[in-house]
Design a protein around this ligand. Structure first.
Ligand code: HSE
Length: 445
């Protein structure tokens, strides 16, 4: 049994003192006694940040007498007393070089850097294993929500049937605002920028790239494979109009930007061990638990063959919520050091899996068309779908415009996406079709 009086202490180096770095330093200081009781004393020995006066002021503000500032990360990596390096600068370079240097020096690394893990994860897991170090990154997906540890450990006995995640707070805020106020995309984006949720250049969020990186990480863990962000099919939310939001509500759905990972559907071209990993706007039935996830909140809905359905909900960004995940990883790494199990617990991405091209995936679709308001138009549209072997669930004629065009909303049954694309090509060729205004996937049964 551990002697309660044994001094357990682990020294840490922190790189980056932005929103998450500042929150992590604060959390480790404010809950230091609790953390010492649960694991060990954790001392941030050095903070690496380019702005030294700011860093020193922050250290003084938190009353950290054992912490010094540096602008050179080598001061952390080369310090034999530092056991764990926390990387919180984000982006690929120089974060990649810093993390590699720390792992190569045998130090465990904790990061919140989704860009790095989603593109260089496998290489870093390997380097960590070679150096018997931990490489932990809970904060890289859905901020403070403990989903990676849940997938890796608590659900390790399950085949993962499906992961559906709302993993980007900015787009969830924008879509929630569109639903609640009836406003269109641009004013809601502007509001998100005014509130500091969306960045001045919002591309990574609104085009779905941020969510794609998180889905690559989730899918890699769930399916034991090296799935990188470039393998993830992505559509963002910029084409979603207030009309679609309104029709979705009338039909009993809400539109969310969803990341999806699941085993590939059966088809003649599908390998048994294939997976689908995608990010796109999805119409979710109002009764689904994800439909109630609003504003900047994130949630990851996981179905396991043993567990059944579960949902992990919380804040996907922000200083202390993200610091909560970072500090949790630091505590885990400290425990492994003190128990002599450091580096014994890394990810093994052993499976070879094909990520299915989007054309091979199956979904129901909502389609909004602008057409001539005259006889036989519906018959021609139905023929275009039938020619691509697509069966329609419902067809609703909505508004007739001043221009003389009519708006038609259709919902298909489950279709292979390649067939749907073929039908859309046929629609474009029909003279009675003015345009295909929207095409949105619908969550099936
Ligand atoms: N920009 C992200 C979001 C937060 O809006 O959820 C960091 O991953």
């Amino acid at each position: 049994m551990q002697n309660a009086k044994t001094v357990r202490r682990v020294n840490v180096g922190l790189i980056g003192l932005g929103t998450v770095g500042g929150g992590t330093l604060q959390l480790l200081a404010q809950n230091s006694r609790l953390i010492a009781d649960r694991a060990s004393e954790i001392v941030v020995k050095r903070v690496c940040n380019l702005d030294i006066p700011y860093t020193e002021a922050k250290i003084a503000e938190l009353g950290l007498t054992e912490t010094t500032a540096t602008s050179d990360y080598h001061d952390l990596v080369n310090d034999p007393e530092i056991d764990i390096v926390i990387e919180l600068i984000g982006g690929i370079h120089p974060a990649l070089e810093m993390v590699k240097a720390a792992l190569s020096a045998g130090k465990s690394v904790v990061t919140a850097n989704k860009d790095l893990v989603a593109s260089h994860g496998a290489e870093l897991f390997q380097l960590a294993a070679e150096n018997k170090a931990d490489f932990l990154f809970e904060a890289s997906v859905a901020g403070g929500i403990p989903i990676l540890k849940a997938l890796k450990d608590s659900l390790a006995a399950n085949n993962i049937v499906e992961i559906m995640g709302i993993v980007n707070g900015t787009t969830n805020y924008i879509l929630s605002q569109m639903s609640h106020t009836g406003a269109d995309f641009q004013p809601c984006l502007q509001r998100a920028q005014e509130l500091g949720y969306a960045e001045a250049n919002p591309t990574n969020d609104i085009e779905g790239f941020d969510a794609a990186r998180k889905m690559a990480i989730l899918a890699s863990i769930a399916y034991n494979a090296n799935i990188t962000e470039d393998m993830v099919y992505v559509e963002g939310i910029t084409k979603i109009s207030k009309f679609d939001i309104d029709y979705a509500a009338q039909l009993g759905y809400v539109i969310k930007l969803v990341g999806l990972a699941r085993p590939g559907a059966d088809s003649e071209t599908t390998a048994e061990n294939s997976v689908e990993v995608c990010v796109y706007p999805l119409m979710i039935p109002l009764a689904h638990p994800l439909a109630a996830v609003n504003d900047v909140f994130n949630a990851v809905f996981v179905e396991g063959d043993a567990l059944g359905q579960s949902m992990f909900y919380g804040r996907g960004a922000g200083s202390l919520p993200t610091a909560s995940a970072v500090a949790g990883d630091v505590i885990a790494a400290a425990r492994h050091i003190l128990n002599g199990t450091k580096g014994g617990y890394g990810l093994r991405l052993f499976a070879q899996r094909q990520v299915l091209p989007i054309g091979e995936c199956y979904n129901k679709f909502y389609i909004r068309l602008m057409v001539q308001d005259k006889p036989k138009v519906l018959a021609q549209i139905a023929e275009a779908f039938a020619a691509s072997d697509i069966s329609l669930d419902s067809v609703i004629q909505k508004r007739v415009m001043d221009s003389g065009l009519a708006e038609i909303v259709l919902i298909t049954h489950q279709v292979k996406e390649a067939n749907l694309q073929e039908a859309v090509e046929r629609l474009h060729r029909l003279s009675c079709v003015d345009c295909v205004a929207s095409l949105i996937r619908v969550k099936g049964e």
